[in-house]
Design a protein around this ligand. Structure first.
Ligand code: HEC
Length: 144
């Protein structure tokens, strides 16, 4: 029984890589295969990506840093594939991401490094769950 569960979860993890990659290839056939691609979590992720672009320009222009995205919703927003949270690392990865954002916003000392640490925390989770957007996420980095 335990073993079957293990195999099942390996399949589920494997298919989560798959579906996440598909979401990102702009292919007509795949779009029809994944009619639910605008999940709450996917929409939130797009907001987070835009927000990172804004924060990046605030840093580069030496403006006051601000964010309007409710990042705590990563814990609760419904993903396309409900099993992405069925593991031991989704919550700690979310904790880490939120910590890095709050660290920059509340205690901006070395803003470029702090910002790039946020980008790394995005990538850390995506390495586990959803590798498709990583290339795009890497473009958010501030080059030094
Ligand atoms: C705790 C894990 C986690 C963290 C942290 C995380 N993501 Fe995601 N991300 C996901 C999951 C899971 C999905 C798939 C969402 C879905 O399809 O429902 C996703 C999807 C995306 C997508 C694709 C959205 C779409 O249009 O389908 C982008 C872009 C993205 N994330 C960018 C980011 C950025 C930028 C950050 C950091 C600011 C980030 N992510 C942090 C887990 C995470």
């Amino acid at each position: 029984m335990r073993c079957r569960l293990k195999i099942l979860s390996i399949c589920i993890i494997a298919s989560s890589f798959f579906s996440c990659k598909d979401t990102n290839t702009q292919n007509k056939k795949e779009v029809t295969n994944y009619p639910n691609q605008d999940s709450q979590l996917a929409l939130l992720m797009r907001e987070m990506t835009n927000d990172m672009e804004i924060i990046k320009s605030q840093i580069l222009n030496r403006e006051k840093l601000s964010s309007s995205v409710k990042i705590e919703k990563v814990y609760t927003d419904i993903p396309t594939d409900s099993y992405v949270r069925d593991n031991n690392w989704f919550i700690p990865m979310t904790d880490q991401y939120i910590f890095t954002v709050n660290d920059l916003l509340n205690n901006p000392v070395n803003t470029k490094d702090q910002y790039n640490t946020i980008v790394q925390s995005c990538i850390n989770c995506h390495n586990q769950v959803c590798q498709g957007p990583i290339k795009r996420i890497k473009k958010l980095r501030i080059k030094k």
